[in-house]
Design a protein around this ligand. Structure first.
Ligand code: SF4
Ligand code: SF4
Length: 427
């Protein structure tokens, strides 16, 4: 039975509802890499209940435990009681942030996410100076840090920065000669790092003769801040995006997003976040009904599948990873496969639903050892398929999977399904 948001955020009821069946334990990403009852869904639920009843102090040990959850929702998917462990952990991280503060480098990062102009400036400077701090691998668009810093570990790869962001590289209104029009919400990683995703989406919309509004004033969806407990940034960016989307919603059929995490944040987590602000919750629910993942909207609202069927078969074999924020949160898994399989052979990995181990900013910095460990099985699964390309509609998965494959010496290339589709249309 689905719970309403008020019940979810009372915590006590959630703890009483857990029947301790243990179905969540074998699928829990943190429990797999750190097999301890306290770092498991029912362990988190017990501790959260004790905290809410005043029987557990939110000390450094409790903070450390609550920060180990990957927020992957594997537990939610299998729980017979539909207990939303991820949501209550997101909530308690706000209490953690209030009590302990947020590390300076995360505050600096979230400040960038609140101001597009500052973000543009920082990434422009980053592009100019990236060769000083990073070793660039030109053939792969990846780079690794020369120094060990909180956000930058020498043993991990990052996407290199682009001279011009996606949003700054194109006009705001693109006329493809149609009566149909969509807006694009691009997400920060695709805007600054993986520009090829947005460029490919524009190519597809041009081929389908659908006009585009680039929505250049959009701000970060604020998912990185939400998962870290920085609710001030979430409040500011979410309210801005809701008002901004309302200002152009009537002019477009949909707001499409080639990113699982951003679309889940806009469509689902904004409502969760506003559970105690009823007016904003209602506005989020109304306007975010226009948001769709890119493959979802293209599959159900255009002739793209039929158009792809007229194009050549590509020689590469593809394996598809299901981002947690796409399949488990939004039910999107058939759509990218339907479209990509028109031109590529797809070989499924042994568990496409297993979390890649990205886990958010804290997991990628202070708890990087867990992110590395969680990435090992995914890299092995990809290698075992023998595919030349691994695909997922999510740039956070892309960062983590590229890193995991790099550490494991796996040569498979990562491409967003939108890039694969644009490649096929070009042939
Ligand atoms: S969200 Fe993922 S990591 Fe967190 S408790 Fe659930 S299964 Fe474990
Ligand atoms: S699956 Fe649900 S009910 Fe069972 S132990 Fe885990 S959280 Fe509790």
């Amino acid at each position: 039975m689905e719970k309403n948001l008020e019940d979810i955020f009372s915590f006590d009821e959630i703890q009483d509802d857990c029947v301790k069946c243990g179905k969540c334990i074998p699928v829990c990403t943190i429990h797999i890499v750190n097999p301890d009852e306290v770092t498991s869904p029912r362990g988190f639920i017990d501790l959260l209940g004790a905290y809410k009843r005043g029987n557990l102090e939110l000390d450094k040990t409790a903070k450390d435990i609550f920060e180990t959850c990957f927020l992957c929702t594997n537990c939610v998917e299998v729980c017979p009681k539909d207990l939303p462990t991820d949501m209550i952990i997101e909530q308690v991280r706000s209490d953690i942030a209030k009590k302990f503060g947020i590390a300076w480098y995360k505050r600096a990062f979230f400040l960038l996410l609140r101001h597009r102009w500052l973000n543009d400036l920082a990434f422009k400077l980053g592009w100019v100076f990236q060769t000083c701090g990073f070793k660039i691998k030109a053939d792969t668009n990846l780079m690794s840090s020369r120094f060990n810093l909180p956000m930058l570990k020498t043993d991990r790869v990052f996407p290199s920065l682009k001279k011009t962001s996606f949003l700054n590289a194109h006009p705001e209104n693109i006329d493809n000669g149609s009566k149909r029009k969509v807006a694009i919400f691009i997400g920060c990683l695709a805007n600054y790092n993986f520009r090829v995703t947005g460029d490919s989406l524009l190519e597809i919309l041009e081929a389908l003769e659908i006009d585009v509004f680039l929505a250049k004033s959009q701000k970060c969806c604020s998912a990185p801040a939400y998962f870290t407990g920085d609710f001030d940034t979430v409040d500011s960016n979410a309210k801005f995006n809701i008002e901004y989307f309302e200002s152009f919603a009537e002019d477009v059929e949909a707001i499409i997003v080639p990113e699982a995490t951003c679309s889940a944040m806009l469509k689902i987590d904004y409502e969760h976040y506003f559970h105690d602000q009823p007016e904003w919750k209602a506005r989020a629910k109304a306007i975010m009904a226009k948001v769709s993942m890119a493959t979802e909207w293209l599959q159900h609202n255009t002739e793209l599948e039929a158009l792809l069927a007229t194009k050549k078969q590509a020689p590469e074999v593809v394996t598809y990873h299901d981002p947690c924020h796409a399949k488990k949160m939004q039910g999107i898994h058939a759509e990218p496969r339907n479209l990509v399989s028109q031109n590529y052979k797809i070989v499924e990995m042994s568990d496409s639903n297993a979390c890649c181990g990205f886990g958010g900013v804290t997991m990628q910095t202070e708890k990087y050892h867990f992110a590395k460990a969680a990435g090992v099985p995914k890299a092995a699964m990809i290698k075992n398929t023998g595919a030349q390309i691994v695909s997922a509609e999510c740039s956070a998965c892309r960062m983590q999977i590229n890193n995991s494959m790099g550490l494991a010496g796996v040569q498979t290339v990562f491409k967003n399904p939108i890039e694969l589709i644009a490649d096929a249309l070009r042939e």
